[in-house]
Design a protein around this ligand. Structure first.
Ligand SMILES: Cc1cc2nc3c(=O)[nH]c(=O)nc-3n(C[C@H](O)[C@H](O)[C@H](O)COP(=O)(O)OP(=O)(O)OC[C@H]3O[C@@H](n4cnc5c(N)ncnc54)[C@H](O)[C@@H]3O)c2cc1C
Length: 386
């Protein structure tokens, strides 16, 4: 595999990289194909990662994490995704979108009881924001939480929810005021798995085995203790989680691109065409050189965005979007070239490249599409237009 070298990495990061790689080889590699082919949800792998603090490494050790920073978490997601993009997304959703959100915004009980179990993989969590009506325009969501006799009653539908089929707890974003109030009338709730929630599978072309589902909430009753953060301030929780999630998705794409380059290298090294090894052909060498240059560019952008978070720079959110957009554009190009270099082998259903290609496409959509990242970046840029 391509060595991970970067001036910003500390000895702790390097030690952590070794641990994640060792766990990935031991637990993820043997089931990576099965996850994709059989849409197999790797519950036992999630537990193993959780036991070792690798599921939500950003959390302190006493909460089940590894005490890593955002950069360390990005590194772990990159390494895991070299073996399986699905596992990369599962750790991202469980660690960043759900567990860290409960840790940061949840009340004392959520933090003490729920968070360590989520971090250790003893409980599974989902982040339920997108709906049939709206994904990019998340401020338009329609799932409602209504006040009835001192309780909250939730009704509505969510779409594309990772781990939705298997979750024990859901972080659900609901409307708690008029639709016109948009992001100012959205509240986040903890909803435990319950008969009032109907979960139906959705089959997607990549990132399979992640329990993607449609969720219907039918009169789900929750209390004031289940509010995450404050009433009508849930949108900020969603956006903050997604800012970190964008770095994570950029890391998944980096891991997928690295794996694609290794597959292509292995192939051309052993392939002959026109009486010579393919690696003698300058066109092939130049393709491989471009791919390596793009991967190192992706690495710099992703680690740089993580450092913006860790150092609490004011514009960290814009760098998360820049990292996500650039990483998926370059990563898709690397992966497309890897498939092309390997000819029909690359599109064979038995090849790892075919899985990587399908997984990567979803990275242009989840955690905000390329267009949404451009909207964030342009809004940030427009500050300088005067
Ligand atoms: C692998 C995967 C996992 C996911 N997991 C989750 C999850 O766990 N929880 C969750 O809540 N959601 C999840 N999602 C949903 C994801 O967040 C949405 O798919 C995404 O935000 C896009 O929303 P949409 O699919 O409704 O597309 P739409 O918002 O309908 O957009 C359709 C197209 O129009 C473009 N578009 C929209 N508005 C504009 C505009 N103003 N200008 C230009 N172009 C525009 C979009 O970029 C896109 O290309 C997941 C999606 C994927 C692929």
């Amino acid at each position: 595999m391509i060595p991970i070298r970067h001036p910003s990495l500390t000895k702790d990061h390097e030690k952590f990289i070794e641990l994640v790689d060792e766990l990935s080889r031991r637990f993820i590699e043997p089931v990576a194909d099965k996850i994709d082919r059989e849409n197999y949800y790797p519950r036992e792998v999630i537990r193993e990662l959780g036991k070792n603090g690798v599921l939500a490494p950003i959390l302190p050790r006493e909460y089940g994490g590894y005490g890593m920073d955002v950069l360390g978490t990005a590194l772990s997601i990159e390494i895991i995704s070299r073996y399986s993009g699905s596992m990369g997304i599962l750790t991202e959703v469980q660690g960043f979108l759900v567990t860290d959100a409960f840790y940061t915004y949840g009340n004392k009980q959520m933090k003490e009881e729920l968070v360590p179990k989520l971090a250790r993989g003893e409980l599974i969590g989902s982040f339920a924001l997108s709906e049939p009506c709206c994904g990019s325009d998340a401020a338009a969501i329609e799932t409602r939480a209504e006040r009835r006799g001192g309780e909250w009653v939730i009704n509505g539908k969510k779409m594309w929810i990772t781990q939705g089929l298997y979750a024990d707890v859901y972080l659900v974003f609901t409307r708690t005021g008029p639709k016109e109030a948009r992001h100012r009338a959205i509240t986040a709730f903890l909803v435990r798995r319950n008969k009032c929630i109907e979960a139906n599978p959705i089959h997607v072309m990549g990132i399979r085995g992640t329990g993607t589902s449609e969720l219907t909430f039918n009169d789900c009753v929750v209390g004031d203790d289940d509010v995450v953060g404050k009433i009508n301030e849930g949108f900020k929780i969603a956006m903050e989680a997604l800012n970190q999630g964008r770095i994570a998705v950029a890391s998944v794409t980096l891991g997928l691109a690295e794996a694609a380059l290794m597959e292509a290298l292995e192939w051309v090294r052993n392939r002959r065409a026109f009486d010579q090894p393919m690696t003698n052909l300058e066109w092939i060498q130049f393709q491989l050189a471009d791919m390596m240059a793009y991967i190192e560019t992706m690495r710099s952008i992703v680690y740089d965005a993580a450092l913006h978070f860790d150092r609490k720079y004011e514009d960290y959110y814009a760098f998360a979007s820049i990292a996500k957009l650039t990483s998926v554009l370059l990563g898709m190009d690397v992966i497309r070239r890897a498939v092309q270099l390997t000819g029909a082998y690359g599109v064979w259903s038995n090849s790892k490249l075919n899985r990587i290609y399908r997984d990567a496409k979803l990275m242009e959509i989840g955690e905000g599409t390329n267009e949404v990242q451009r909207m964030v970046i342009y809004k940030w840029l427009s500050k300088y237009l005067g």
